[in-house]
Design a protein around this ligand. Structure first.
Ligand code: AVJ
Length: 321
């Protein structure tokens, strides 16, 4: 329908949908089709991701949680007293709470997230449970440049970036993001970041191909989302989730594979897909501690501490700019 996706700049929801629409069109028109992984997380997608975190094969979340709870007081010592904690992609704030509970007189908590809804929920809950804490949310895509409130300029700032979200970015984009963080206003800048480690391929691949097929549902949901929000015509049954480890780039690659030759309409555009043609939905990069440290150094950070689990499955590191 003509004009169905016109920008209404007074309405942030419309603006977000317009962005989603143009990104999807761009990705599907590309010779190697892709849909950005940030669009996996609508309400349904976020719920499915929470379910992934509970399946036996998916080790990252519970391993990071274990590392965080085992070493919180050491982490709090690195961050220091009266710090401002900035969290990228705040999501559900369970890990944040573990950290906030052991920080000494945190000055403020600044969650940064694209999802307004998610942010408002987080803020509400935290203000209730941490009466003395200043919560200053920022609605922003943290892969783009964003700014901290002026009141923070002369504070010790620590950016908290858990969940191995950094793994979604290519090594170069990850480096760019870290470098961009060094430009935030601060007196001293710390970074507490979780990243997933290289390990046995079978362990890696099982984590993205769980037996209960929650991973499949998570990837396929983005097609449902396009149908729901953008009036897409994806026949979701004609697509399959495909996830495997690519050792050349040390990453899990996740695709939607077209099971037949088909055409799909999104808005006023039609796209052809051949049988076996893939739509990339996600990369999940796996690092060694050395590789990560090297990448961070190039970006302007120095690794000061790294904590891992007994199997060396996952790492949480504290760095300073
Ligand atoms: C949220 C990006 C850390 O890469 O492991 C899990 C996303 N995708 N299963 C990851 C994900 C499929 C997850 N991150």
């Amino acid at each position: 329908v003509e004009g169905a996706f016109a920008i209404d700049t007074d309405c942030p929801i419309q603006e977000e949908r317009q962005q989603f629409y143009s990104d999807v069109l761009l990705g599907l028109a590309s010779p190697s089709k892709y849909i950005s992984s940030k669009y996996l997380y609508d309400a349904q997608g976020s719920a499915l991701f929470d379910q992934i975190c509970e399946v036996e094969e998916y080790y990252p979340t519970r391993t990071e949680r274990l590392i965080m709870s085992q070493y919180t007081s050491q982490m709090a010592d690195c961050i220091g007293t009266q710090a401002v904690l900035v969290e990228l992609g705040s999501g559900s704030s369970i890990k944040t709470r573990v950290l906030l509970d052991s920080l000494k007189q945190p000055r403020a908590y600044v969650p940064v997230d694209v999802s307004r809804e998610h942010l408002l929920q987080t803020v509400e809950g935290l203000e209730r449970d941490y009466p003395g804490l200043q919560v200053q949310p920022i609605v922003a895509d943290f892969t783009q440049q964003f700014e901290l409130p002026d009141s923070i300029a002369e504070e010790n700032v620590t950016v908290f970036f858990p969940g191995s979200t950094i793994g979604n970015l290519s090594a170069l984009d990850a480096q760019r993001l870290l470098h961009q963080l060094t430009k935030l206003q601060h007196r001293r800048l710390g970074l507490l970041i979780g990243f997933d480690l290289v390990k046995d391929v079978r362990v890696l691949e099982a984590a993205y191909n769980d037996a209960a097929a929650v991973s499949d549902a998570f990837t396929l949901n983005v097609l449902h989302r396009i149908n729901r929000e953008l009036g897409g015509s994806f026949d979701v049954k004609q697509f399959e989730h495909h996830a495997f480890f690519n050792p050349e780039f040390s990453r899990i690659e996740i695709y939607l594979v077209s099971l037949c030759e088909q055409s799909v309409q999104v808005g006023d555009r039609v796209f052809q897909l051949g049988e076996g043609e893939r739509i990339l939905t996600e990369y999940s990069h796996k690092y060694s501690v050395e590789q990560f440290s090297e990448m961070a150094t190039t970006a302007g950070f120095e690794m000061q501490h790294v904590w891992t689990d007994s199997q060396d499955y996952f790492a949480v590191a504290y760095l300073e700019a």
